[in-house]
Design a protein around this ligand. Structure first.
Ligand code: ADP
Length: 163
């Protein structure tokens, strides 16, 4: 039987414990999970895609069947290249649904064989987003509940430099 590979595309600017939770759970469902950092719109990103990929590599170091890559362009092309059977996405509160739904329908039009699998956010991470972490950190607030200590250190360094 061929390996069932899922790709998990996203901005991960920065990676949070919500992302990690999703990867850990998906790693139990698929033979391999490829976390794919998108570097399409770097203009507004706090971290470069190289930095985001580095943080993700540290994050998944203990998950043997998870790996990190990056891509530019269409997610479906990256998925095809890796013979993925699914795109993995996360659903938090209802607000994610419409966006993820339209994304999955459009991706299906581009690549019929590729399904989108959405995992519901675990309860502690329901309202956690990278954007919120950056906003709290920019005002010097506590973010240790939302990211790993290594990611927190990098965020603090960024904001110290930007000040
Ligand atoms: P994007 O910019 O592509 O939305 P993100 O890095 O913000 O990239 O998120 C990647 C995926 O992870 C999205 O499907 C998003 O809904 C999901 N996700 C982000 N944060 C969480 C969370 N706290 N719980 C569950 N899923 C999440």
């Amino acid at each position: 039987m061929p390996e069932h590979i899922a790709i998990y595309p996203g901005s991960f600017d920065p990676p949070t414990l919500g992302h990690l939770d999703l990867i850990q759970r998906a790693a139990k469902l698929f033979h391999k999970v490829i976390v794919a950092v998108a570097h399409n719109d770097q203009k507004n990103a706090l971290f470069s895609f190289e930095e985001r990929a580095e943080m993700l590599k540290e994050l998944v170091a203990d998950i043997p069947n998870a790996e990190v890559d990056h891509f530019q362009g269409l997610t479906v092309d990256f998925a095809r290249k890796h013979h993925a059977v699914a795109i993995l996405r996360g659903l938090r509160a209802v607000s994610d649904f419409e966006y993820e739904f339209s994304l999955s329908v459009n991706n299906r039009k581009l690549h019929e064989e590729l399904d989108t699998v959405c995992l519901m956010s675990s309860e502690p991470y329901l309202f956690l987003s990278s954007r919120m972490v950056k906003e709290i950190a920019s005002y010097g607030g506590k973010i240790s509940h939302f990211v790993t200590p290594a990611v927190e250190r990098r965020i603090r360094e960024k904001f110290a430099k930007n000040c």
